[in-house]
Design a protein around this ligand. Structure first.
Ligand SMILES: C[S@@+](CC[C@H](N)C(=O)[O-])C[C@H]1O[C@@H](n2cnc3c(N)ncnc32)[C@H](O)[C@@H]1O
Length: 227
């Protein structure tokens, strides 16, 4: 087969335990993006105070779940993530909320459909063929009129070269720790950057009707995609 079959990125051990502190280093505007999610959802739900069913795909340490389940107490939130260790942290973080359920697994392990889905920084690890499979599964799991909020590593090769150089410079101005260079190399070489037009094509091919980019910080971007 011409493509990689990797469809789970392993987050365990140190990578899970240090996620909350390191994500803000490698993605300086992470909090801004997570904070924006509730506003995007608020503008798209017909009646935000009514109960909806919302999926957080790759819910990690629970940062989206905490923000969203607090902002929309009438709605039911399901987080799904294959990492037991990330899930443990997420459960602890959201233990005061009665509208959050966390499932260990992938989207294919879930029952029922959803009114909205978020997939933030999950498919950036995967080749385009795997991104495509996940986008298809997301489409299948959305109710009619539902929407997806998706964040990925993006850019064509010129954009990635230019934006990564700025990213590199930004991190070197702001941080100085052992492992910085190695981390920068990893961000450059291990993420699967996707060209914007290709990303849009994958969504349209899956059946989505509209794709709007609402956020970009250098090599990371987020889109609102409507079914
Ligand atoms: C970079 S973290 C992002 C976590 C969270 N969405 C956030 O923005 O903080 C990626 C997460 O995706 C999870 N993951 C890896 N492969 C996955 C898959 N196939 N489906 C769902 N989640 C996956 C990892 O376990 C990890 O928790």
């Amino acid at each position: 087969m011409a493509y990689s079959m990797k469809n789970i990125e392993i987050f365990d051990g140190q990578r899970a335990q240090t996620y909350d502190s390191t994500i803000n280093v490698w993605f300086d505007q992470y909090e801004t993006l997570i904070n924006l999610l509730k506003s995007v959802i608020n503008t798209k739900l017909a009646e935000p105070n009514k109960p909806y069913r919302i999926l957080v795909l790759g819910s990690g340490t629970g940062n989206e779940l905490l923000q969203l389940a607090t902002a929309f107490p009438q709605s039911e939130f399901v987080g799904v993530d294959p990492s037991a260790q990330m899930n443990e942290i997420a459960k602890e973080k959201t233990k005061g909320l009665n509208n959050v359920q966390i499932v260990e697994g992938t989207i294919d392990n879930l029952e029922g459909k959803f009114d909205a889905i978020t997939s933030i920084l999950v498919t950036q690890f995967f080749e385009t063929s795997t991104k495509k499979q996940i986008i298809r599964s997301i489409y299948e799991k959305l109710n009619r009129g539902g929407f997806l909020i998706h964040a990925d590593a993006f850019g064509n090769s010129n954009q990635v070269d230019t934006n990564f150089e700025i990213y590199n410079s930004f991190l070197r101005f702001k941080h100085d720790f052992e492992g910085l260079k190695q981390g920068l190399d990893q961000v450059k070489n291990s993420l699967n950057y996707i060209e914007e037009s290709r990303m849009e094509f994958l969504f349209k091919e899956a059946g989505f009707s509209s794709v709007t980019k609402f956020f970009q910080w250098l090599i990371f971007a987020a889109w609102l995609i409507e079914k």
